[in-house]
Design a protein. Structure first.
Length: 333
């Protein structure tokens, strides 16, 4: 089960209380205060774990509490600090304070972390309160409570290329041919019911990461079909590969292309503005050549002809994607 959004509660550990104590030693009848400080409470951190790509492991653990600080003791012995808690999350997780509606951190890099609930400060023992006018203070401080927050974790997958297109355009087949990913493939709409990531290997030890989301239909940005819940996963992609069925049953590939462009723009103008390469798929079908020539002539973006089933044009496709990514890097340098 793929989980990309979750609410959890986090509470930092309470600080230990300060101690009231006096020296009790032989031959020192008037020993001064020696109460130690309480230890600070432990804190809670969210940290990136590159081996995860879903929040599913957190589904059964909604309440997180760090360890409390140990109380101070006599003989100026300070309490031990409470144990920290670390919540491991996938790269691309956005940490949001739900009560305040504030993004605490967008975690994208390996081992990156953020403190989401600080532990309470330990209280001071009576040794701190000694003065010229108060030689035997019986005063100490209690430990502070830890910080408490309710967090919403939102996962947005990170990839170089995001696959978009109508249901049954052949995105899953294409991903399975280009990478080791094994998405479900069948002859019915919405075969892909959750985002899929695949690593595409090129010659010369080159690689790129590709993300496939469920097919989009008209009204997806408003909740129709499955696409609206997963469109956020291609917001982080560097570019889009728009897969179009060149011979849709009773349809027009140009109309399908424009419909998806409309959904992307309605969801996010920034998403629609991404660099795009169009892959005219299913070129193994009858009449595909004539359909391709007409379709390519109607667009102002680059189009490549491929067949996910036979493998036609796939090597050229990934080399074209690599070149476009390199051009984007050079332009931003």
């Amino acid at each position: 089960m793929f989980i990309d959004e979750l609410t959890i509660r986090v509470t930092g550990g309470r600080g230990g209380d300060g101690c009231v104590s006096f020296r009790r030693e032989r031959f020192i009848p008037r020993g001064g205060p020696n109460g130690g400080d309480g230890g600070d409470g432990g804190s809670i951190y969210c940290q990136v774990d590159g081996h995860r790509n879903t929040l599913r492991h957190l589904a059964g653990h909604r309440d997180w509490k760090a360890g409390a600080g140990v109380h101070g003791m006599g003989k100026d012995r300070h309490g031990r600090r409470g144990a920290d808690k670390i919540i491991l999350v996938p790269p691309g997780t956005v940490i949001i304070d739900e009560q305040r509606g504030v993004v605490l951190k967008d975690l994208t890099e390996p081992d990156q972390r953020v403190c989401v609930a600080r532990g309470g400060r330990g209280g001071r023992g009576n040794a701190h309160f000694k003065s010229a006018t108060n030689q035997a203070p019986r005063e100490s401080e209690p430990g502070d409570v830890g910080e408490h927050r309710q967090l919403r974790l939102e996962l947005k997958l990170i990839a170089d290329v995001g696959l978009v297109g109508k249901p049954n355009a052949g995105k899953s087949t294409l991903l399975s041919r280009l990478s080791a990913a094994r998405p479900k493939i069948a002859a019915y709409p919405f075969t892909t019911r959750e985002p899929q990531l695949g690593i595409v290997e090129l010659s010369g030890y080159r690689r790129l990461v590709m993300a496939d989301i469920p097919g989009l239909i008209d009204g997806a940005h408003e909740g129709a079909g499955l696409g609206d819940a997963f469109l956020k996963h291609i917001e982080r992609t560097r570019m889009l590969l728009h897969v179009v069925d060149i011979c849709p049953d009773g349809g027009d590939p140009a109309v399908d292309y424009e419909a998806i462009r409309h959904e992307l723009a309605a969801y996010s103008p920034a998403l629609a503005a991404k660099t795009v390469l169009v892959a005219a798929n299913k070129m193994d079908l009858t009449d595909s050549r004539e359909a391709f020539e007409s379709f390519a002539a109607s667009l102002e973006v680059p189009v490549v002809a491929i067949s996910g089933v036979t493998g036609r044009g796939l090597e050229g496709l990934i080399e074209r994607l690599w070149s476009m990514l390199q051009e984007m890097d050079e332009a931003s340098a």
